[in-house]
Design a protein around this ligand. Sequence first.
Ligand SMILES: [Zn+2]
Length: 326
Amino acid sequence: MTLKKLIASVLARSPLPSVTRRAHRRQLSILMFHGFASGALRPFENLEHKHLEVAKWRMFAGWLAQKYRVIPLSEAVDCLERGKSLPDYSLCVTMDDGFRSTHDLAFPVLKELAMPASIYLATAFVDETRPIWVDRVSYSLIQAGQGYAELRAAKARLKNQSQDQIEQAVAEIERQTGHAMPLNVNDPSMPATQRSLDWDQIIAMRDSGLVEFGSHTCTHRIVGRCSREVALDELRHSRRIIEERVGGRCDLFCYPNGTPGDFTDESESLAREAGYRATLTTVPGWNAANASPFALRRLGVNNELNLTRFQLMVSGVMARLEGYGT
Ligand SMILES: [Zn+2]
């Protein structure tokens, strides 16, 4: 057992997780997931560890069902908007992008546990089966024998550029490495993890009454780093497509990338202007009961976590140790 694992297992058995969990009980916890995987993955499929093995998902969700009151995000936003107190230990489950595995692997567990969740669709990914640009970069780099460090560097370089420049740069990376992801994520050569939801699957999840859908832009564009016109178009157009296809109001929005700088005060006012009543970020932390429903913080879950570390992270022990979320 490594020292890190040993420390984690000692902490998990100590009273600390229940102390920190209790300390956060009046705040809203929002967990961020992406895709799910049925087994071992090829390296390019999970360079950022964002596809969670379904066996872990089952354990994590089972623990959440025991320890938290999992509520739909729309219900939490209702409380925040009205200044009404949330039930103690309120927690929301969110899933970004619109991967098919949310239907095939995560949804059966949600149904077993009657656990609500919300999914944020990048509409070009779902409606046009176009790969998200980050996944294209990841595919090219790993196929060319590069790794996470190179992906981080490429993302950092690209995220400040316009979508046209991103398109060009991604095409250039594909040319240089000689490896390009098919431009249809549902191409038979693509592994299951990369595939997108279709509207029938989305409707089936909606009809369960457990899953609600929000927008994650059309092209996974970083809203705070593009022009006002482009940002507003992404916000409005994605919302319109989701409302037409899913029915009802689509008024929850999740920022692609979502770190400070990826959204700004202007992004927030554009989101309001486009008709959203809540926005989600990837800034780690909890949300106070009297918080605004805009720029909500989340706790990211990835496949590097095991059950012990997941419990320490969600309970708030990791935040105390690493100094975030305060
Ligand atoms: Zn995303």
